[in-house]
Ligand binder design. Sequence first.
Ligand code: SAH
Ligand code: SF4
Ligand code: F3S
Length: 461
Amino acid sequence: MTASSPKLFVKSYGCQMNVYDAERMADALAPEGYVAASSAEDADVIVLNTCHIREKAAEKVYSELGRIRKMKAQTGRSPIVAVAGCVAQAEGAEILKRSSVVDLVVGPQSYQRLPELLRGAKAGLKPVDTDFAVEDKFERLVAPAPKAIRGRGVTAFLTVQEGCDKFCTFCVVPYTRGAEASRPVSQIVAEAERLAGAGVREITLLGQNVDAYHGDGPDGRVWSLARLLYELAKIPGVARLRYTTSHPRDFDDDLIAAHRDLPALMPYLHLPVQSGSDRILAAMNRKHTAAEYLRLIERIRSAQPDIALSGDFIVGFPGETDADFEATLKIVRDAAYASAFTFKYSPRPGTPAADRDGQIDEALKSERLQRLQALIAEQQAAFARSLIGRRISVLLDRPGRDPGQIAGRSPYLQPVQLVAPGAAVGDLIDVVVTGVGTNSLFAAPAGDAREAIPELAEATG
Ligand code: SAH
Ligand code: SF4
Ligand code: F3S
């Protein structure tokens, strides 16, 4: 690094895939000499890596662009401003019309072309690239340097599948991320080995529909997500594997078996159902019923009883009646979630449901959201409490809140705070859960637990 190295600041909104993409953008620009800026004020290139999933998410980009405009006026600096991500893909050149501060618009399928696009932006050409590239983006994207990987910590995302062919009637993803495409197995294994070689202990495989993964295997056959997981579990150093997000329709028997067979595959599953009403599920084009979802959960739990379930729910989908909403509360009670994300339906331009009759009043959406959130919060707290006194593994991934504390994640993705002298970030240690905070667990190293909390001696013995 030299004093004159250009500085890059990427601000990501939306899902984990954007977090992964932000890293790949930094990797793509590293050979050009770019280093990370500590803030937008400090940057030569600012990338807003946007999300289009709900109106609020999409509008954030314009308020951020307003702030950047002010910052430019106040400081007299003139960084290059790029809009990337799903708003870039959905709105393209429209963004240049709405905001004169933008120098470049680049969709998620074109990040391999960032270096040349930035050169165009610097020349004042205001490039817009929202093509769904014919070339293999991942083949052309630059691999991260070991130093960059180490700087990102001991957990990492790895996109294995991108795009979606499901066309749920509320969702923009099939339009912003394009058709479902899977990366070849060898490419993924090489990336995972690279991550593990630089100290990564936990890898989360990403895909908009990750369980629809069907990548070319080294044996000339098409591999499923399950087969890929068995292969990745063999990589030395990889202690934990996760994957997200799955669709109930693509969840096959092999994946259920992987949860039974692979100790590295964490017992946590994000499996959105969206609604508990069959009528609404059909109107959403989810192509399964509430009973089918519950049966699937039952089969997964009989293979791996320890599984903690997570999900996504939309309230106020067009035509949702009180009875439909009650059915959603019922499926939440029946499935018993360890955590879940809840959203008010947001009509998105170009999606079929946006123009439907029966749009629900905002106040009613808010009321339903509150009731659903209260139920889920109850379930989440009950799940956390059920862990008190239990022995679990924690992957230490960052310094703790207070001096002497260290923090990590439980198998079920909960943050865990503990005091563990001698333990370091990257260690996987056995602990006993001693208490529950609002959003995290407290624990003691399993060896110390007897002294720390005598009443738990029985549980740990
Ligand atoms: N591929 C994943 C989800 C991707 S989007 C799946 O099929 O489950 C993440 C979540 O955002 C969705 O599960 C849904 O709950 C929510 N979402 C998507 N579009 C939405 C919209 N128009 N309004 C409100 N929530 C939405
Ligand atoms: Fe969107 Fe449905 Fe595809 Fe998920 S499965 S990304 S909700 S269209
Ligand atoms: Fe948002 Fe695009 Fe992810 S719309 S949720 S950033 S796939």
